[in-house]
Design a protein around this ligand. Structure first.
Ligand code: NAD
Length: 481
């Protein structure tokens, strides 16, 4: 199971370059715990170069017609499609997810570029009927300017491509800071943009010390918008820097998705969909089902079957075709999940399966099912971001809704019922940006993707996705002869 793994350079002004100071950061394979390569570490001098590049890239790109942008972005999508098999092992080696999930992530990215390429052509303004003859009232959309984007390590391609594609479709340039843990797959994505002829300076890629880069870029006058995917705590810091400089912001932050299984749910469907999505990417997904709220009449059967299915998940190196769940992405996650589990157990939770790190090579953790987890356990309040499933019974619908809405998070939520009336109540009463009932139907690029409350604001999908990258301008024109 050996594959080659490339070192990663910065991409600034159309060139792949080392950091001016020559610094690098090691990249670790989470399946082995061993270093596999390095990524260039940008400091302020490199960031200044990236800012100048993004500024001149914007001047060129904003004048490129939406139709030409569309043509070029479609070429990017075609290149990425050709490279799926080449990039997937790189993604798996640095991030850990099974190869099939890496391939799906890259294929989804192809669709995302295509979607935004098309949306750019449809970023319509409007004409508002005037009160006076001879007056024309136009609403136009303009690109906001150079964007600073910050993406995490759980979906290094998918998170990056949403930000790059929506920025480019709107006519913006971007400096993306990818995740230092998973740099090469994001770089492979950016290479498709470069190789497809997107002009120099339009897409720039940097790595380094996250807080140093975000503070420097967001507060720089060249940058007109910040977009971040990651934890709520960091999102609040970045939003406050952006607020101090009056910059536009999109924040795709943490979640703590409730999964409500009502008394009349189809249990087979609920179990199959929820187990698969709980352990996808080892639970390191912002929309992962997290608080399992099960009607008391189904509770024992649901927990028994969920536990059996969890025990059967095949864990291993993501390059092994048999693997269904890979390691956690880095050592901090193992410590974090151990902490969540021991905290819950110390407060009375019972472990039905799992609960432990696996072996001492790499960052593997067992699929873990817990019952009797009290509401004051940390995992019931903070985003666990790992393969843990706390189960809680409920007796009436209102108490399930109350628990679903208890936290300040509001990203995704899931529910299972065979009643149309209950489905309607779930859809309207759950406080979250996305509600998926009887299937896992979110994160399709043609649909909005984003949260409410502490899960952030703005959208990374659907027609709303491009909105955050455009300013609205009102022009009123009176004809005077
Ligand atoms: P972390 O909070 O240090 O990092 C999370 C991500 O945010 C990383 O990619 C990191 O590079 C970036 N980041 C951190 N501080 C930053 C800053 N000041 N400026 C710009 N980027 C910054 O911790 P971690 O251990 O890597 O992950 C912990 C938590 O982050 C998880 O429990 C989860 O809640 C959250 N997270 C969320 C997502 C998501 O998709 N929403 C993805 C990854 C991590």
């Amino acid at each position: 199971m050996t594959e080659t793994y490339p070192n990663t350079k910065l991409h600034i002004g159309g060139k792949w370059v080392d950091a001016v100071g020559g610094e690098t950061i090691d990249v670790i394979n989470p399946a082995t715990g061993e270093p596999i390569g390095a990524v260039a570490h940008a400091r302020t001098h490199d960031l200044d170069l990236a800012l100048e590049a993004a500024k001149s890239g914007f001047e060129v790109w904003k004048k490129t017609s939406p139709f030409s942008r569309y043509k070029m972005m479609r070429n990017v999508a075609s290149l990425l499609k050709e490279r799926v098999k080449e990039i997937a092992p790189v993604l798996t080696q640095e991030q850990g997810k099974p190869l099939q999930q890496s391939k799906s992530e890259i294929s989804l990215a192809v669709d995302i570029i295509d979607w935004f390429a098309e949306e750019g052509r449809r970023a319509y303004g409007r004409v508002i009927p005037a009160r006076t003859e001879g007056v024309y009232q136009l609403v136009t959309k303009e690109p906001v300017g150079p964007v600073a984007g910050f993406t995490p390590w759980n979906f290094p391609i998918n998170q990056g491509v949403r930000k790059i594609s929506s920025a480019l479709a709107a006519g913006c340039s971007i400096i993306l800071k990818g995740a230092e843990e998973t740099p090469a797959s994001t770089a492979a994505l950016v290479k498709c943009f470069a190789d497809a002829g997107i002009p120099d300076g339009v897409v720039n890629l940097v790595y380094g010390t996250p807080a140093e880069i975000s503070e420097y870029l967001i507060s720089n006058p060249i940058i007109k918008k910040a977009t971040f995917t990651g934890s709520t705590a960091v999102g609040k810091q970045l939003a406050s820097i952006a607020g101090a400089h009056m910059k536009k912001v999109t924040m795709e932050l943490g979640g703590h998705a409730p999964a409500i299984v009502c008394e009349d749910a189809n249990l087979d469907v609920a179990l199959n969909v929820l187990v698969e999505n709980k352990y996808r990417n080892a639970g390191q997904v912002c929309v992962s089902p997290t608080r399992f709220l099960i009607h008391e009449n189904l509770y024992d059967e649901f927990v028994d079957r969920f536990t059996d299915m969890s025990k059967k998940i095949k864990i291993g190196n993501g390059l092994d075709p048999e693997t269904q769940m890979g390691p956690l992405a880095h050592d901090r996650r193992v410590e974090a999940i151990e902490g969540f589990v021991s905290d819950a157990v110390s407060k009375g939770a019972k472990i039905r399966t799992g609960g432990n790190r696996i072996g001492n090579e790499g960052y593997f953790f067992e699929p873990t099912v817990l019952t009797d987890v009290p509401l004051d356990a940390r995992m019931m309040n903070e985003e666990p971001f790992g393969p843990v499933a706390p189960m809680t019974p409920f007796s009436d619908f209102d108490s399930a809704i109350e628990e679903a809405n208890r936290l300040d998070y509001g990203l995704a939520s899931y529910a299972y019922t065979s009643s149309a009336e209950t489905a309607e109540k779930l859809g309207s009463q759950i406080e979250s940006g996305m509600v998926s009932i009887n299937h896992h139907g979110i994160a399709l690029i043609e649909t909005p993707f984003g949260g409410v409350k502490d899960s952030g604001y703005g959208s990374e999908g659907g027609q709303e996705g491009i909105e955050g990258y455009m300013n609205t301008k009102f022009i009123t024109h009176k004809t005077v002869l």
